[in-house]
Design a protein around this ligand. Structure first.
Ligand SMILES: [Zn+2]
Ligand SMILES: [Zn+2]
Length: 280
């Protein structure tokens, strides 16, 4: 399924879909800089100890070129035609970041949680910079997928960047059916226990699922202990659309109405461009 029939059935997703499409289009126009693939043996001890790849000094993945790509994306969006709220906010972010030296290094540090980098639109920067950084990291993530022994990770946070999952996916057929968690930031998917909550590590008995009429591919798994929920794509082949998080924002509303809490990481918690800041 491409996004078109999906959007016909869910017209309220159109604004966020258009925003994502615009950002993806500009990101696709940026030169992808080379990322060095780490020497996996150098990283093995940190991996076994649960240290995500990008925060491991021994792995030594340099994110600065990805930060440069993010800076280039901001510039392209700021120069966007026609000028609109996204162009204005990207331009303001760009100008704000340039007030201090080493812009690309600071963007990279910000993505890994450095709170001394305090941009004016942190949510928007996280979204835009991860969009560029994920492109930079693609060969690293792919090589890491090939090297990683999934059974030795099984943790609730991303083995590459350390973020909590944005979504989950059920793949394969019984008896070998597996649950993957999906990182909304760097794009890594990794294996997790089939049942059990990734937010509080509770046991399987306290997990319940909500399925939606007319949407057999998606469901909401929620935990009765911590009230956290995780949107789950129950299938394979349409990852690009159904693991995109924005494509199932209506599930977040349903979960919210049921009193559940979004504990999953999201790149979409910024105020949409052009809206004022009231939450009523
Ligand atoms: Zn990640
Ligand atoms: Zn829980």
């Amino acid at each position: 399924m491409t996004s078109d029939p999906w959007l016909e059935a869910h017209a309220y997703l159109r604004p966020v879909a258009d925003l994502c499409a615009e950002v993806d289009r500009e990101a696709a126009g940026i030169d992808v800089l080379d990322a060095r693939i780490p020497d996996w043996e150098d990283y093995r001890a940190d991996f076994l100890a649960g240290v995500p790849l990008l925060t491991s000094a021994d792995a030594g993945v340099d994110l600065e070129p990805g930060g440069r790509m993010a800076g280039a994306l901001l510039e392209r969006l700021a120069a966007g035609t026609p000028p609109g709220p996204l162009a204005a906010e990207a331009g303001a972010l760009d100008a704000d970041l340039r007030r201090a030296p080493q812009v690309s290094r600071r963007i990279a540090d910000f993505l890994l949680g450095d709170e001394t980098v305090a941009p004016i639109f942190p949510g928007l920067l996280r979204y835009l910079a991860w969009t560029a950084m994920a492109r930079f990291l693609r060969p690293v993530v792919s090589a890491f997928d090939g090297w990683r022994d999934e059974e030795r990770w099984l943790r609730r946070y991303c083995p590459t960047c350390g973020s909590l999952p944005a979504m989950a996916q059920l793949v394969g057929v019984e008896p070998g059916r597996r649950r993957l968690l999906s990182c909304g930031c760097c794009g890594t998917r990794w294996q997790f226990k089939r049942t059990g909550c990734p937010f509080c590590d509770t046991d399987a008995q306290r997990i319940a699922s909500v399925t939606l009429e007319g949407e057999p591919g998606l469901r909401i798994d929620h935990c009765e202990s911590c009230r956290g929920y995780l949107k789950t794509y129950n299938g394979e082949g349409h990852e690009r659309l159904w693991l995109a998080d924005w494509s199932s924002l209506h599930l977040d509303l349903i979960a919210h109405d049921r009193g559940l809490k979004r504990l999953a990481a999201s790149l979409y918690d910024f105020e949409p461009a052009g809206r004022d800041h009231d939450h009523s």
